[in-house]
Ligand binder design. Structure first.
Ligand code: TYM
Length: 327
């Protein structure tokens, strides 16, 4: 059976970009693959975090993942730091990737330019991500477009390790959706929608109140002219709305564009589609919030299950790279 692995950082709020670019495919994949999904709290530490907030957020993101439809009966949901093999494997990855490869990562360049404190962990971030993926003999990694480069470096690390030390890892492939892989900010449609607080009016949260969602779509920046057509280069605002409408209703943006002659109806229909998509998610989220023990129990058994696989793959990697086993 195909093995799927993916992760999400417990920083900021889970937004529509996360859902349309990645999370909704996690839900689909759980029924056709052996799927492992991880709240990557160690990755959150690459930028300074408030300890109490990080703990709360980690549980909250897990709750959102259950609310969107992950079923712990069919997939494995766990927290990265509960399986200590991730941190240990990351060191083997750091020693397999080159400084030059890490330096070329565009996310590192972007983030290090805009932050005052640049941690060593921010630089070696892709090595930890490679560890996450390779620990589970992963075939496929469903992610949004912004993770493409991280997946390429993971493949390079796996192939280099295999050729240096013998067959150890499965070389994974990225699964990037055709629609929704890059949801843009509603106010700045040339920037991707993101978890940072820079553009609250441009970001739609998964837990957001329907009235507020409606307002944000109404005020979404569109382009000059009136024609509704999917053309991301010349019409980034309208194209983003079409991509969202398409991804939320299982159509391509071109199909979603049919029948619109004006921006107004496109905005209100997109808002409605998003509100409808989120309605059951928000209901389940509320129910889970009333019973925090339920989410904790899922994470406990998820970590146990994940660790069994992670421990055996790590043992193989340790052996192949030449670490003496503990007498
Ligand atoms: P993160 O937490 O930033 O995002 C989680 C997922 O959401 C996707 N995404 C988007 N998709 C479409 N449009 C957007 N505007 C948008 N913003 C985010 C991301 O592509 C991602 O799939 N490095 C990863 C976490 C990670 C990981 C892993 C992922 C750590 N280890 C192993 C896969 C496998 C990240 O920061 O995702």
């Amino acid at each position: 059976m195909t093995r799927v692995f993916s992760g999400i950082k417990p920083t900021g709020e889970v937004h529509l970009g996360n859902l349309l670019g990645a999370l909704q495919y996690w839900v689909e994949d759980q029924h056709r693959a052996d799927s492992f999904y991880c709240v990557v709290d160690l990755h959150a530490l690459t930028t300074p975090q408030n300890p109490e907030e990080l703990r709360a957020k980690t549980l909250d993101v897990a709750r959102i993942l259950l609310a969107i439809g992950l079923d712990p009966e069919v997939c494995t949901l766990f927290v990265q730091s509960h399986v200590h093999e991730h941190a240990e494997m990351a060191w083997l990855m750091e020693c397999t990737v080159s400084y030059g490869e890490l330096r070329r990562m565009t996310q590192f360049k972007d983030k290090s330019e805009s932050s005052e404190f640049v941690s060593g962990g921010l630089f070696t971030y892709p090595a930890l991500m490679a560890a996450d993926i390779l620990l589970y003999e992963t075939d496929r990694v469903p992610v949004g477009d912004d993770q493409r480069q991280h997946l390429e470096i993971t493949r390079d690390i796996a192939m280099r390790f295999n050729s240096r030390y013998g067959d150890t890892f499965v070389v994974p492939a990225a699964a990037i959706p055709r629609t929704g892989a890059r949801v843009m900010d509603l106010q700045q449609p040339t920037d991707k929608m993101s978890k940072s607080d820079d553009s609250p009016q441009g970001t739609v949260l998964v837990t957001e109140d329907p009235r507020s969602i409606e307002k944000k779509f109404k005020r979404a920046v569109t382009d000059s002219g009136t024609e509704v057509r999917y053309d991301p280069e010349n019409k980034p605002g309208v194209s983003n709305l079409l991509a969202i409408l398409g991804a939320a209703t299982g159509r391509t943006p071109e199909e979603a564009a049919k029948g619109y002659g004006q921006y107004g109806p496109l905005k209100s229909d997109t808002a409605e589609a998003v509100i409808e998509l989120l309605r059951p998610v928000q209901e389940r989220y509320q129910m889970l919030a009333d019973d925090p023990g339920q989410t904790a129990a899922v994470l406990r058994s998820g970590a146990d299950k994940a660790q069994q696989i992670a421990a055996s793959v790590l043992a193989r990697a340790r052996r192949n790279i030449g670490l003496l086993s503990r007498p």
